[in-house]
Design a protein around this ligand. Sequence first.
Ligand code: 5GP
Length: 194
Amino acid sequence: MKLLEERIQRDGVVRGTDVLKVDKFLNHQMDVELFSEIGKEFLRLFEGEKINKILTIEASGIGIACVVAQCFGVPVLFAKKSKTKNIAGDVYTAKVESFTHGRVYDIIVSKEFLGPQDRVLLIDDFLANGAALMGLITLVREAGATLVGAGICVEKAFQPGGEMIRKMGVRVESLAKVRSMSEETGIVFCTEGE
Ligand code: 5GP
């Protein structure tokens, strides 16, 4: 998606070798007009899939997922990061290793809000090693819901998550795919179809 790539080039900041900060428009301050364009693009890509629920993960995915859900006209559900070890039986749970914080935590969704009747689109801001997405996929499977696919804003294609999850047969659509990046050379995007 040209608009998103241009925005990343303009306002994205590379930290070290593998972290892209997009606090100016996505992760801290949020450009909802851009979110709206992103939502329309996901709607175009997943048109006709009868999606009836958007699922994302706390916290940075929530803003974008809300706007996407509005475009689809469906509710948005977010997996909560659970602090309690002793989890009651009325939730689905999965473990996620955080890319940004480097620790493992549990995510949960209530059984009340996800079930076999649901056709789910996963939405997240970034795809890196794939742990967040794997956690969400686990929740969808536990619930017996149908996984339609995943819509990602920024995929770092030099990290293994995208390939791993596509190999599982899950449809992953990324609007901006970073082939390589560094503080010195900046950000290089994959070309169409790459
Ligand atoms: P994964 O689980 O695929 O390794 O990482 C995805 C999650 O980590 C996303 O939900 C996102 O919040 C965070 N993340 C991963 N890489 C980056 C990055 O380069 N920049 C930012 N801002 N967040 C990232």
